[in-house]
Design a protein around this ligand. Structure first.
Ligand code: WAQ
Ligand code: MG
Length: 261
């Protein structure tokens, strides 16, 4: 689903987007939920909603969810410092980190920016749209297990589950080093950094309440094949079939000194 709105003569301002892999009998319910989301969104009421339903021909690739944790963070400046430390320890250059923050802050994309860790060079063919991750879902047993882990932490919401699903698909691609995400929802101030090495690390207060800017940036190495990456993200069905740990608040040093890979 994608929903947009005309604002002051400018058509197609992005309001909300969502996608998933569902079985036949769930489609009616999900479409209804997507429409509600598009017409009752903190960014405004959509004046155009596009819904596409496709039968999946390929058998989904089954992956595990990334382990989840949350850093203690109290301001955007502190968040940016912690994110910078995590990304630098993954070998991402300061220049690429700065370009990723600038792109996320600008926040007018429907998809994600793909940048090289070495120089921050943008690889997407359509830089205004970015790369949109689609065809992703979560099996019912994995959803039950993740929901119960998140409930214990008081964060069992669609926003967290959808973001964790997306980040897990993104991190499962061989060329991905890390992802940075800030919600474009003005009321939602928690973002995350995700990587195979450190898992899905939530960063509260990464932006000020009321800010409509937000976005995603994916880091890859120079020389990465953008066509193959887009094929995996946009077309390869991927299903989370296994939950991982859901930890509460941890320190940056705990994360840095206990990598998963
Ligand atoms: N593929 C690529 N980029 C996307 C996609 C997608 N499927 N969906 C959204 N984006 C980009 C787009 O630029 C949006 O403006 C931006 O990401 C933010 O999307 O653990 O709500 O749906 O508490 O606003 C993260 C924290 C919430 C959750 C993320 O993102 C938590 C969120 P939003
Ligand atoms: Mg949003």
């Amino acid at each position: 689903m994608r929903a947009s709105r005309s604002v002051r003569g400018q058509r197609g301002i992005h309001i909300s987007g969502a996608e998933g892999l569902y079985s036949d009998q769930d489609i009616q319910r999900v479409v209804k939920e997507y429409i509600e989301r598009a017409t009752d969104h903190p960014k405004g009421k959509a004046d155009e909603i596009v819904i596409r339903i496709e039968e999946i021909k390929l058998r989904p690739k089954v992956i595990s969810a990334l382990p989840l944790s949350t850093l203690s963070c109290h301001s955007p400046a502190e968040g940016r410092r912690m994110i910078t430390t995590l990304l630098q320890s993954l070998g991402i250059s300061q220049k690429a980190i700065d370009i990723a923050f600038a792109s996320v802050k600008k926040g007018d994309m429907r998809g994600a920016a793909v940048l090289t860790a070495e120089t921050g060079r943008r690889l997407e063919p359509d830089k205004k749209r970015g790369v949109r991750v689609s065809r992703l879902g979560i099996s019912k047993p994995a959803l039950r297990s993740i929901s119960s882990g998140l409930s214990r932490l008081g964060i069992n919401t669609d926003t967290v589950k959808e973001a964790l699903t997306l980040a897990s698909k993104v991190a499962s691609y061989r060329d991905i080093i890390a992802e940075l995400c800030v919600s474009d929802d003005p009321d939602y101030t928690t973002g995350y950094v995700a990587s195979k090495r450190f898992g899905y690390v939530r960063i509260p207060e990464i932006k000020r309440k009321g800010s409509k800017s937000g976005g995603r940036a994916f880091f890859v190495h120079e020389g990465s094949d953008i066509e193959a990456l887009m094929d995996y993200f946009e077309r390869m069905p991927v299903l989370i079939g296994k939950a991982a740990s859901c930890r509460g608040v941890v320190s940056k040093d705990e994360i840095l000194s206990n990598p998963y890979q």
